[in-house]
Write a protein that binds this ligand. Structure first.
Ligand SMILES: C[S@@+](CC[C@H](N)C(=O)[O-])C[C@H]1O[C@@H](n2cnc3c(N)ncnc32)[C@H](O)[C@@H]1O
Length: 237
C-alpha cells in the first residue's frame, strides 16, 4: 500500500484547485501541453498517458478532452496522486480515466507502459519515470517560473528579505535523466473575480506559511489580476 500520508493537500485545497481550474486559470497551460502531445501522437494503436501527481484531475481531463478529437487510436489516461483526497475528488467527478492513490516514486505499473508522462507542479522521480516510459516515450514536466502568482508571493513574503527565485536546479536534474527536446514558457495574466480570491489563496502551497490572521488580511487586499508563469520541460530517454 502507498504511504497515504496526511499532508496539507487536503479536501478543501483540492476543491479550491478544481474551482480555479474550472474558471479557466490553467487553460492556456493545458492547451499548450495538449499541442505538444498532439505533435507526437501515433497514427495507430492506443496512446497511454500518465499524470504523476495529478491532484484533483482537472488538468489530465482537460488534456484528454483536447486530444480526443485528433487521436486516431484509443487514449488511455491514468492519474496518480499520493493524496487520497485528490484521487477521491478526481474519481468522483471524472469517469474518463483511471485514478489511483500511489506514490510516484513507486508506481504500481509494469515497465514501459506509457507514451507520455505528465508531471505538473508536482514532485518528480525521474528513475521511476524512465522505468514507466516506452523507449520512444516523452516526459512533460511543468514548473513554476519566477513570476508565477507573483502578486500573491510578494504579499506572503512582504517584510522578508527577497530571495532570488531560480528553477535552474530542476532543469539541471531533468537534464541528467533525459534529453531535453524542448523548453517552453507559458506566461499570461488572469482577471480575478472577487469571489475567487479565497479559492485562489486556498489552492496554493504559497500561503501555507501564513497564519490564520495573515491569510484573513490577504483576503481583504485588492487582488484583481494574477500572473500565471510556467516552464514546460519536454524530455525523452
Ligand atoms: C501543487 S499540487 C499539483 C497538483 C496538480 N498537478 C495540479 O497542478 O493541480 C502537488 C501534488 O503532488 C502530489 N504529490 C506530492 N508528493 C507525491 C508523491 N510522492 N506521489 C504522488 N503524488 C505526490 C500532492 O499530493 C499534490 O496533489
Amino acid at each position: 500500500m502507498p504511504r497515504v500520508n496526511k499532508t496539507k493537500y487536503d479536501k478543501p485545497l483540492f476543491e479550491y484547485r478544481r474551482l480555479i481550474c474550472n474558471n479557466g486559470f490553467f487553460d492556456p497551460l493545458t492547451t499548450r501541453i495538449s499541442e505538444i502531445i498532439r505533435g507526437h501522437l501515433h497514427d495507430d494503436g492506443p496512446t497511454r498517458l500518465l499524470d504523476a501527481g495529478c491532484g484533483e484531475g482537472s488538468h489530465l481531463t482537460k488534456i484528454q478532452q483536447n486530444l480526443s478529437p485528433c487521436a486516431t487510436g484509443s487514449l488511455l489516461a491514468v492519474g496518480i496522486d499520493i493524496a487520497k483526497e485528490g484521487i477521491i475528488a478526481a474519481a468522483t467527478e471524472y469517469s474518463n480515466a483511471i485514478w489511483c492513490v500511489a506514490d510516484l516514486a513507486k508506481c504500481p505499473f509494469a515497465d514501459q507502459q506509457f507514451h507520455f508522462i505528465l508531471n505538473i507542479l508536482s514532485p518528480a522521480n525521474y528513475s521511476e519515470f524512465r522505468r514507466l516510459m516506452l523507449d520512444e516515450g516523452m516526459v512533460i514536466k511543468v514548473v513554476p517560473e519566477r513570476d508565477h502568482l507573483i502578486e500573491i508571493r510578494d504579499r506572503v513574503y512582504e517584510g522578508f528579505a527577497k530571495e532570488a527565485y531560480s528553477n535552474a536546479n530542476i532543469r539541471n536534474q531533468f537534464k541528467e535523466h533525459f534529453t531535453i527536446m524542448n523548453v517552453d514558457h507559458v506566461r499570461y495574466q488572469v482577471n480575478v473575480n472577487e469571489r475567487l480570491i479565497g479559492p485562489l489563496l486556498g489552492m496554493t502551497p504559497l500561503t501555507w506559511r501564513l497564519t490564520a490572521e495573515g491569510l484573513l488580511s490577504m483576503h481583504s487586499r485588492d487582488l484583481r489580476k494574477v500572473t500565471m508563469d510556467f516552464m514546460i520541460l519536454v524530455g525523452m530517454k
